[in-house]
Ligand binder design. Sequence first.
Ligand SMILES: Nc1ncnc2c1ncn2[C@@H]1O[C@H](COP(=O)(O)OP(=O)(O)OP(=O)(O)O)[C@@H](O)[C@H]1O
Ligand SMILES: [Mg+2]
Length: 329
Amino acid sequence: MEDIYIMGIETSCDETSVSIVKNGREVLSNVINSQIKIHEQYGGVVPEIASRCHTEVINQIMKQALMEAKITLENVSAIAVTYGPGLVGALLVGVSFAKGLSFATKKPLVPVNHIMGHISANYITHKDLKPPFLSLIISGGHTYLVDVQDYDKFEILGKTRDDAIGEAFDKVARVVGLGYPGGPKVDKLAKEGESNIDLPIAQMDNLDFSFSGIKTAIINLNHKNPELNKADLCASFEKTATEMLVTNVRKAIKDTKKTELVLAGGVSANSYIRKEFDKLAEEEKIEVLYPELSLCTDNAAMIASAGYYEFIKGKRADLRLNAIPNLKL
Ligand SMILES: Nc1ncnc2c1ncn2[C@@H]1O[C@H](COP(=O)(O)OP(=O)(O)OP(=O)(O)O)[C@@H](O)[C@H]1O
Ligand SMILES: [Mg+2]
């Protein structure tokens, strides 16, 4: 079979990224321009600034991705682009750029769901991984427990009813004075603390999650008791939030009898969460997989991988493709 080269384009939030992936699994290049330094001073992503930054660099990032992959635009089989979910202005930069490129080169345009992209990061890291499997997607904006039945077929078993877990991590970081982006900083500081503070656990009658209660509890505790040790707060937050994840996943494993669990999204880089899921794997005699650290947060290689499976199934978009900020899985 002829090799398929997918160009992935990702601009859903504050990373401009273009990647070339061969046959869905082999990364030839994955250029990522992070805007973290720019947004840091505002304590979070400023949507208008994010869009402008994408516009300024996307053409250069695309050229660099081709150069590093040592191929030309002519060798690209299709252009895959994130069209949602994400910030509308940021998404539109990638979508418009991809449409222009597709029109000029006559290459097929493949629309990709960003959350599907996060799951697909695992196809790059684990070359033999194939659906079906269970997936826990824990990212900045989403928390989903999903039965992945095929590359493009999902059943949502549980989701957050309020905040995403990544949002809670970022909020906790801000409250204890660690700044943005908070997840990695909470991860690091928690290692120096004890999880000795009781925090509320949201009890659900199904596999849904809720992180607003624990987030508010941390805000109030920190406000009323400024002397509380910040490392202990971080460690306690991580322990309780992870317990909520593990409880639902354990139920889902028992319900579905699935033996493979795949974590995805920025929060799956967390070292405590990985340790606890490794424990779950042993206890439940299942296999737990994680994307390599560099593929947990936003990147275009995961979009190209997801785009490959959409491409070979015949999914195409035309020039009417629009950004869908609240696109569902
Ligand atoms: N080591 C870590 N521990 C905990 N959280 C982390 C870690 N590393 C990154 N994160 C969190 O991951 C999130 C960013 O990841 P991701 O790229 O998946 O989110 P996003 O693209 O903003 O949202 P979405 O993918 O849902 O649209 C942030 O909330 C960040 O704090
Ligand atoms: Mg993301």
